[in-house]
Design a protein around this ligand. Structure first.
Ligand code: C2O
Ligand code: CU
Ligand code: CU
Length: 463
């Protein structure tokens, strides 16, 4: 390609790279922090309750400098909320911000009314209590705000947290599961700071997705992880506004992906790299006993350092090296695979011209309806035209779907689990099996947050 990108014919190149800020390597100066696991207000055998508060704060991300940030129950990012399948959950939501917000549970199968979409605005000072029962299997989900036109800004400033579901299967599986010891949350986000080290969204926002030069993991810059030489589990969430990451280790070692957005894959998927689009989660098992030397580094597709992992000398020989062979028993029957396509979703455009089925979001328009507990086949297509040159990570609220095919072919092994977000390249077409287990109005949208804010979103009513 020529040096003058601006003058080029858009259809001949991948425009998405033009506006992506180059990411700097982590200098590995700061030990990785892990969000606190949120203490319940109350818990018994059948129920658990929490308070989640959106608030303003300040964080010392750079030595001696106060950065203004947003957080849940703290200054920046949010805690991990842990719930068990089968439990009745009550969450008291409080908006202590000076602006409107909502509390959305990304990946959770809850009634539309509890899902925290753009209709469920809490004004400054307002609070609300939601109730739901956890019916789905173990998974790494997350929560973030969803107010119309403000999602990109509020997530960028720090509103995002993890929601873990545990169940009998996750407790019984022979995999690392001790939080902060061998089971680590890894929230990837890229941000650009102004010269005075502030997160000034209006100055850096990009209509095609705001990217940053600075990588944060769990809200910290220049992260490194120091651990015993053992088998570890990384629960990776891409909480970035638009950046995707293709991750591998600098020594090209293999690892296993064990879970995707909605929970465990049927079996561990052995691989050397994983791609993770905005809002997606991937859980990986990394056997650090196999590393030669004392450091192994997680890097992206450009070999930018994401996370250097320093190994303590101790060699824990009691560590089992057996792989859990069966993790889950998801099925996708031929009957479902062969169903006729019921809904067609066309993702198109870029910048402010993004649309779904040629329309922009209208809060007063219901685009689709579906019956509760009925599985339908949806076809999602990322339209390739003179403008359609970006990947769009497509997300549906209130459901975990299964991928039937991509461009008519069997999906790759890592897409055989439950998903709530699927990233499509220009021209790509996916068939997915979608079932809502609850009722209500749910959003579906592109999870590039600026595309969502620009109206690349629709609504489905389930009854
Ligand atoms: Cu992460 Cu509308 O969601
Ligand atoms: Cu969502
Ligand atoms: Cu998009």
């Amino acid at each position: 390609h020529s040096m003058n990108m601006k003058g080029m014919d858009h259809s001949s190149m991948d425009m998405s790279h033009e506006s992506i800020t180059e990411l700097k390597s982590s200098l590995g100066k700061n030990e990785l922090n892990f969000p606190k696991v949120l203490k319940p207000d109350h818990e018994d055998n059948n129920s658990i309750s929490f308070t989640v508060r959106a608030q303003h704060g300040t964080s010392e991300l750079f030595e001696g400098i106060e950065t203004k940030t947003y957080g849940y129950n703290g200054d920046f990012l949010g805690p991990v909320i842990r719930v068990e399948k089968g439990k009745k959950v009550t969450i008291h939501l409080v908006n202590d911000l000076k602006e409107d917000t909502t509390f959305h549970w990304h990946g959770l199968e809850v009634p539309g009314n509890e899902d925290g979409g753009p209709h469920k605005v809490l004004k400054p000072g307002e609070s609300e209590t939601i109730n739901f029962t956890v019916k789905q299997d173990a998974a790494t989900l997350w929560f973030h705000p969803h107010p119309m036109h403000e999602t990109g800004k509020q997530v960028f400033k720090g509103l995002a947290g993890l929601l873990y579901i545990d169940d009998k299967n996750s407790e019984k599986l022979d995999i690392p599961k001790t939080y902060g010891e061998d089971d680590f949350p890894i929230i990837l986000q890229d941000k650009t700071f102004t010269d005075d080290k502030q997160l000034d969204y209006d100055k850096v926002m990009n209509e095609d997705g705001t990217t940053g030069d600075t990588l944060l993991i769990n809200g910290g810059v220049d992260p490194k992880l120091t651990v015993d030489r053992k088998k570890v589990r990384l629960r990776i969430l891409n909480g970035s506004n638009m950046r995707s990451y293709t991750l591998h280790f600098d020594n090209e070692m293999e690892f296993h992906q064990i879970a995707s957005d909605g929970g465990f894959l049927n079996k561990p998927n052995r691989t050397k790299e994983i791609e993770i689009a905005p809002a997606e989660r991937a859980e990986i098992l990394v056997d650090l006993t196999k590393v030669k030397g004392n450091v192994v580094t997680l890097v992206n597709e450009e070999n930018t350092t994401i996370l250097p992992i320093h190994l303590k000398e101790s060699l824990d020989s009691s560590q089992t090296t057996n792989e859990a062979k069966t993790l889950n028993n998801l099925t996708l029957t031929d009957e479902i695979k062969n169903k006729k396509v019921k809904k067609t979703i066309k993702l198109a455009g870029m910048g402010e011209d993004v649309t779904i089925n040629d329309k922009k979001f209208d809060a007063n328009r219901i685009d689709f309806s579906q019956k509760q507990n009925e599985t339908e086949v949806w076809e999602i297509e990322n339209i390739k035209d003179s403008m359609g040159v970006m990947n769009h990570p497509f997300h549906i609220h209130g459901t975990q779907f299964q991928v039937i095919s991509i461009d008519g072919k069997e999906p790759p092994d890592n897409l055989l689990g439950l998903k709530d977000t699927i990233s499509l390249k220009p021209g790509q077409k996916a068939k997915i099996a979608v079932k809502f287990t609850e009722k209500g109005v749910y959003m579906f949208h592109c999870h590039i947050l600026e595309h969502e804010d620009n109206g690349m979103m629709g609504q489905i009513k389930v009854d």
